[in-house]
Design a protein. Sequence first.
Length: 345
Amino acid sequence: MYRNFIRPILFLLQPETVHHLIVNLLKIGFKIPGVACLIRKLYTIKDERLKTSFLGLDFDNPVGFAAGFDKNAEVYNQFSNFGFSFIEIGTVTPKAQPGNPKPRSFRIPKDKGLINRMGFNNKGVDFAVNKLKNKKHKVVIGGNIGKNTETSNEQALDDYITCFDKLYDHVDYFVVNLSCPNIKDLRKLQDKDSTIAILNRLTELRRDKTPYKPVLLKISPDLTDNQLDDVIETYNITGVDGLVATNTTVSREGLITDKQRIDEIANGGLSGKPLTNRSTEIIRYISQKSDYKIPIIGVGGIMSVQDALEKLEAGATLIQVYTGFIYEGPGFVKRINKAILKRNK
């Protein structure tokens, strides 16, 4: 029903319009008595065999919602009813910011992809904290943190520290986002020395906090093998707990969509099916090179049940979906979890 009827209607609207529409529908719809219970019955699987431990945290299943949708921690509990065991909020920055000029999100249906240059649009860390505090979380909550666009790279560490300190009591784990292609010069912070400096400072601050919260680094799919070796070394010499692999890509190789249309869209991070193989390759490379000792959340191009299984087989313990959820609909998480159960028989 979703793919044949609902999706074609939604795809008549701009992606960002659909995003706001869904957020508002979730806020309103789940206030109606019985709606949450009905959605859970339709889309959630409860099975002890799906339970997963990762970095000291317990998950009802291995499937989560990637950062980028619930930027401001407004609908994480509503989304939990669709079968997700964890939701990553953000990317959150110290100050509210509007992001890049619109239009800034574009579907390329022929490639089952999405190109965005949102630019960390969010309402700021204080808004997110207010949405998280004093509310019971139905799922594990991750906090994806970044720097404000106006903050120079030389001052970026201060932004990460601010978000880390303010969110610490309200999320279960952190993801340090240095790899988004939509913030000017942000990816320059991916160089080994800058990454180590930021991760070392955050893990140093963590020593004085309780309880212990895992810190993960989100990496780009556009890294070379030599750069991936640097990531592995960075993991080994800092207190970072794991990796999120991967962010969106700046590559446009192998797309079916007309080149003229891609040129019209111009800059932005590409997600969806074109990212599937590269993301899995990176997970496999890091896993094998580290003798499967680096904990990984696999994300990027999970557009089918098979894509999800391949990420897990490559070395990821948990996986996240985003673009696949948009293209495949609310039953996608349930189908993935059913396939995991079938595989594990």
